[in-house]
Design a protein. Structure first.
Length: 328
């Protein structure tokens, strides 16, 4: 498929462990309709049925909308990896245990008789931002989505960089501290285990357990195990010194990581999205100004560091973007 005109319509599908979000997206990246369906993660057939139900719901909404008079030209889906974007096979994602070597793209294409593309959620979000969002107008885009984990994507000239087998751009699992805590991937000191939402909550809990007082504990009902990164973010906005300290430390770790990204890729723009990125946005200038300490590139501060455009809808837009971009 070639680049869509603004009056062409695509369906983007964001598949997670608990829900399937789907939307009708025009060729300008605008989401016209969207829906959410519970996901059945531990059974292949039920999981496929949830994806079909979400697509059918969007198609029904489009059919009922008098303004939408152009047929859907493709379906793009993003899901957690590992997966193979070239064959459209979901390999063995931990949070979708029912799908093992599951030919998702082929199954959906057979049902709807439409071109279907599949990629991981980090790649898809990066492509949506590059085509239509905060990266529009830039040739080479690096995008990170920071939430429960850290997903990344690299887009060169409107093409996702997949690497040899499709497993490239796992930037969230770059080791920053080889003596650091063990990440869920098995490695030590990944940026994900140091700067994701759970990492922020863990750091706040550790400091409070060591004797520091904070309004965060009151928000958690006095329970250290109930502290979340969202509580830390709210406390920081309210002036809590411990919360600000935790977020500043997180920003410092991210600065070191992004310095590595610049030295490796030198992108035209760096885009940060996800729930954690929202609470870290007040630190973006601090991150940018700190880059020279962590980067050999003397022009690193010329690279814009910007917030993502799509927010919670990145998966829907990303799925649609897979159909809109030229094939690799």
């Amino acid at each position: 498929m070639t680049q869509s005109a603004a009056d062409e319509y695509l369906i983007g599908v964001d598949i997670g462990g608990t829900k399937v979000a789907a939307g009708l997206v025009n060729g300008a990246g605008e989401i016209i309709h969207q829906t959410r369906t519970p996901m059945v993660a531990n059974e292949a057939a039920a999981g496929l049925a949830a994806v079909i139900a979400s697509i059918d719901s969007v198609r029904a909404a489009a059919k009922a909308d008098a303004k939408v008079d152009v047929p859907v030209s493709g379906i793009g889906m993003c899901a957690p990896g590992p997966l193979d974007p070239r064959t459209g096979v979901v390999i063995n994602p931990p949070n979708l245990p029912g799908w093992r070597n599951f030919p998702l793209a082929a199954e959906i294409s057979k049902i709807y008789q439409l071109p279907v593309r599949l990629d991981n959620d980090g790649n898809a979000a990066a492509l949506a931002e590059a085509l239509w969002g905060a990266g529009r107008g830039y040739r080479n885009v690096f995008c990170a989505t920071i939430g429960t984990g850290i997903g990344t994507g690299i887009v060169f000239d409107r093409h996702i960089y997949h690497g040899r087998t499709g497993a490239a751009a796992e930037g969230g699992h770059m080791t920053i501290d080889y003596r650091g805590p063990r990440c869920g991937c098995g490695k030590l000191g990944c940026i994900e285990v140091l700067a994701s939402g759970p990492a922020i909550a863990r750091r706040a809990s550790e400091i409070i357990a060591a004797g520091r007082s904070s309004s965060i504990l009151e928000s958690a009902g006095g329970r250290l195990d109930r502290i979340t990164s969202e509580m830390v973010g709210r406390a920081s906005l309210g002036g809590d010194s411990l919360a600000k300290e935790v977020l500043q430390e997180t920003a410092l770790v991210l600065t070191a990581w992004l310095g590595n990204i610049v030295d490796l890729l030198e992108p035209d723009v760096m885009i940060i999205g996800g729930g954690v990125a929202c609470m870290l946005q007040p630190f973006f200038d601090e991150i940018r100004s700190g880059l020279p300490k962590w980067c050999v590139n003397s022009r690193c501060q010329e690279i814009p560091l910007v917030a993502a455009h799509y927010g919670a809808d990145a998966g829907i837009a990303g799925g649609a973007a897979l159909c809109s971009a030229p094939s690799n």
